[in-house]
Design a binder for this molecule. Structure first.
Ligand SMILES: Nc1ncnc2c1ncn2[C@@H]1O[C@H](COP(=O)(O)OP(=O)(O)OP(=O)(O)O)[C@@H](O)[C@H]1O
Length: 231
């Protein structure tokens, strides 16, 4: 379970987050929506331990999130704007590097299976620097899950992806959802959000303005709720 308790973030006297209280149960898939600058990425970074709050705290499975806590890091897979991949290394080398950091069992087998799952088997020994944006994103997502995290944090994962790469990404997210992975996804793409998420958090100017469940996959309903409140 993830719990944010009165999270506040101020940068250069500007309020970025204002009293964010969210409780996320294991296995929930949540889309965090809102206009540019609402504070969506900042929430993800604080939950993922990449940024400190100015006030308040985050608990994951009753453990406080602090920087460099390996126990917490093992629970989280983070797909950020930056791929965190080494361009001069191949998919196999990149995944092996991250897998070793997290002490993953049967790593050699796992790495090949993940690469196959995202359709990069013919490029597994090619340096990442020669890859297209879609190929990098496919590899970045498996980099984020190589250690089987129980929480997956995705910051605008569909941005710049072609249809095929988006489909592969959604299939992977849905597979993780079936395995009861908790998923938090920031996105501007409501059609992609409805494909995978059941619960939605709307943000505006650093505040949560709505938090609701939509299980019917009706993108028109989601758009209507979004436009009514966020505009
Ligand atoms: N390191 C920083 N220094 C200064 N301001 C920052 C920093 N990080 C974020 N901000 C500001 O905080 C606000 C919220 O940023 P954040 O990236 O969380 O928004 P967002 O909702 O994810 O937006 P977007 O949809 O554009 O990615 C923005 O006004 C941004 O300019």
């Amino acid at each position: 379970m993830i719990k944010t308790v009165t999270l506040n973030k101020t940068i250069a006297e500007k309020t970025i987050l204002n009293d964010i209280n969210i409780t996320v149960n294991q296995g929930e898939t949540i889309g965090i929506l809102g206009p540019n600058g609402a504070g969506k990425s900042t929430i993800l970074k604080i939950i993922g331990g990449l940024m400190k709050p100015s006030f308040g705290h985050v608990m994951i499975d009753n453990i406080p999130v602090k920087e460099n806590n390996l126990e917490i890091k093992k629970k989280i897979g983070f797909l950020a704007h930056n791929s965190y991949l080494y361009e001069h290394l191949s998919p196999v080398e990149n995944l092996t590097f991250f897998g070793k950091l997290y002490q993953v069992n049967q790593l050699e087998y796992k790495v090949k299976e993940l690469i196959r799952e995202v359709g990069l088997q013919f490029f597994m020994n090619e340096p990442v620097r020669s890859f297209s944006r879609g190929m990098i994103q496919r590899l970045a997502i498996v980099r984020a899950i190589v250690h089987d995290p129980s929480i997956l944090i995705l910051d605008e994962p569909h941005t710049g992806l072609d249809q095929q790469a988006s489909r592969i990404l959604n299939e992977l997210i849905l597979k993780k959802k079936e395995q009861k992975t908790t998923i938090l996804m920031v996105t501007h793409d409501l059609a992609q959000a409805i494909e995978t998420c059941d619960r939605f958090i709307l943000m505006k100017k650093g505040v949560i303005i709505d938090d609701f469940v939509l299980e019917n996959k009706n993108v028109h309903q989601l758009k209507e709720i979004y436009l009514r409140q966020v505009g």
